[in-house]
Each structure stands twice: as structure tokens, then as C-alpha cells.
Design a protein around this ligand. Sequence first.
Ligand code: NAD
Length: 356
Amino acid sequence: MGRNYKIGVIKGDGIGPEIVDEAIKVLDALSASEGFNISYHEMLMGGSAIDATGVPLPDETIQGVKKCDAVLFGAIGGPKWDNLERHLRPESGLLALRKEMGTFANLRPAIVYDELVNASTLKPNVVKGVDIMVVRELTGGIYFGQPRELEDNRAYNTMVYTKDEVERIAYVAFEIAMKRDKRVCSVDKANVLEVSQFWRETVIEVAKEYPEVELTHMYVDNAAMQLIRNPKQFDVILTGNIFGDILSDAASMLSGSIGLLPSASTGKGVGLYEPIHGSAPDIAGQGIANPLATISSASMMLRYALDEGEAADKIDNAIKKSLAQGYRTADLGAYDAKEICSCSEIGDIIAKYVSK
Ligand code: NAD
């Protein structure tokens, strides 16, 4: 029996279709050389879903993703849909999809490739060797807390975490740390927020089951500063939804471009694999987007969802090789580039390398 995988594909808006097409090109090249078969099932979400069906997350997509082994996703959103009511906007489709899929853990690696140490706005000696995994809680916290309201003279949101929510994300972080450098830094705002005090106490409880892992705590404002001052001090950063959203974008800049970094959103069932960047409407349709974050997300999908670690290694090595050869999209054009490539040319190069 061959290895047959059913992959849901949500291309989304802006540069989404361009970058996802390149990841599929690489997966197809790999499946030929690695001997597995992938069938793709395209679904709508975000702005393109609003245009086609009137809602950002059609029922068909909710049902469709549940029948897949994993979902590869590009990005959603854009100015065309910015003035819609909040619950009808593309972003609410993504938040609802994550909730539906139960993907409570967002894994965001921030790796600095040796070839791109000059691409960071920080000094090369500060970023060389950075290898951080941000583990962000994704389906709780202030983005989902009730009550929430926009009134005439005031507006409010609620930050809430239950014990189960904190425990399950803490387990994910400690399990990952066991496979890495065995250090977890839990980031919160326990000096000000009750919800953070609760977060901290719960993480300390979970840590007792992992005596080999060193647990430290840091306030989020300090963590933002330390990420810029001395990022190599971090191995696994464990944090809540809003803090993780902000810190992982800051961490992404250590690597020089937001166009490089993948993410995995996992939980009990099917996982969602997506670049950390948005739909980049400013460069959409120009063929200049960097597809590496999405291609890396496909690698995470192979590794974590399909247990195809060797194929994932092939992608990771191909990305390093293409960077070492000096192939760059325009966002990295100023950094040791030998050739500025289009989005699809980078896809061709990685596909060629993985087929060898
Ligand atoms: P963005 O990440 O789309 O873009 C920020 C900047 O980075 C832009 O200058 C863009 O050109 C550049 N950039 C992003 N990805 C790139 C790539 N692969 N290659 C080269 N350059 C790249 O963030 P934004 O401008 O704040 O948001 C644009 C839209 O995306 C908004 O509608 C927002 O809501 C949405 N968004 C979606 C997601 C998602 O789908 N997961 C995440 C963040 C933002």
C-alpha cells in the first residue's frame, strides 16, 4: 500500500495563491522522488470566500478540513474587505477556522540561516545561530474572551484562560523542549494581570512533570526587549495568544524577512500549516513574494502531520542550499544575493533540489 495523503488547500487572498502554488510545486516534486501520493482539495476562506459565498468561512470548508490529513494555508485579508463588520471580515474566518479545528497550539520557529545573518537589522554576532521555537496559545485569551463590545463611548475585550487551556499548551511546549535544548521561558504579565498570575502558577505545576527542563519566567515587555538584545538566550518561548502574536512577529525580524518563517497550528485533530505573514496586498500579483515561509510550512506539515521527516529534511536542506547559492526574492535582494528571483523561480529551484 502506498502512502496516500489528503491535503486541504486554502490559498486565500493577496499573495496567498502565488506562494501556495510554489509549495505545491515542491510537494509534487518530492512525492515523485519519495514515493508518496498527495491529493489536494481546494477550499475557500477569507476574502475570496466572502466574494464567492458572502461569508468568510463557508460550511463546506469547515466540513472539508475535517476530512483531510492536514491543511496547507496561504494568507487572507486585504483592503477590499477592511470596511466590513468585524464578524464578516476575512480575519474572523481564520479565527473561527482555528477554533473549529481545535488547533490550540501555534508553533513558530524563528531560525536565522547562516547565509542571511546580514539580512537582519540586528548585528550578525547577535543573530548568528538563533534557533527559537515560539509556542503560542491560539484559541483562547483576549482574542476570544467574552464579554466583548464596541459601544459609543467605550469598547472592551476580556482576557480569560482556563486551567485546561494553559495546561495543554504548556505540555506542548515542554514536549518540544525535551527534543531541543530543554529550556522553556514562559512569558506573561503576572505583575499586572490576574490571568497571567494564573498562567504562571499553572505552568509551574506542569513543569514538575519535566524535571529535566529548565523553566524560567519573563514579563512580556522584558521579553520583547530581550529578543532584540540577546535572542540566543531563548530555546522555547511559551506564551498566550496576544503576547505570542506580537513576540513571534518581532522574532521573525531576527531572520531578516517575514517571508521566511513558517508556522504550524496543531491540536487534537487536523493541523493547519501556514506562513506567519499576511496576504501582503502591496506586492500581490507582482510575482515577487517570497514563497520560502510557505514552502517551510509544507516541510513542517510533512514532519508533524504526515510523519515524513526525511522529506521535510530535504525541503529544509534545499532552502539552505538555495540561500547559500545566493538565490533571493526581492525582500532579501540586498543581502549577499547572486540572483534576484521571482516567486515561481524560487519554487522551481527548491523543487529541483528536492528531486535530486
Ligand atoms: P503582511 O504580513 O501581509 O505584510 C507586511 C509587510 O511584509 C508588507 O510590506 C509585505 O509586502 C511584506 N511581506 C509579507 N509577506 C511577504 C512575503 N512572503 N514576501 C515578501 N514580502 C512579504 O501584514 P499586513 O500588511 O499588516 O497585513 C496585510 C493583510 O494581511 C491584512 O488584511 C491583514 O489582516 C492580513 N493578515 C493575514 C494573516 C493571515 O492570513 N494569517 C496574518 C497577518 C495579516
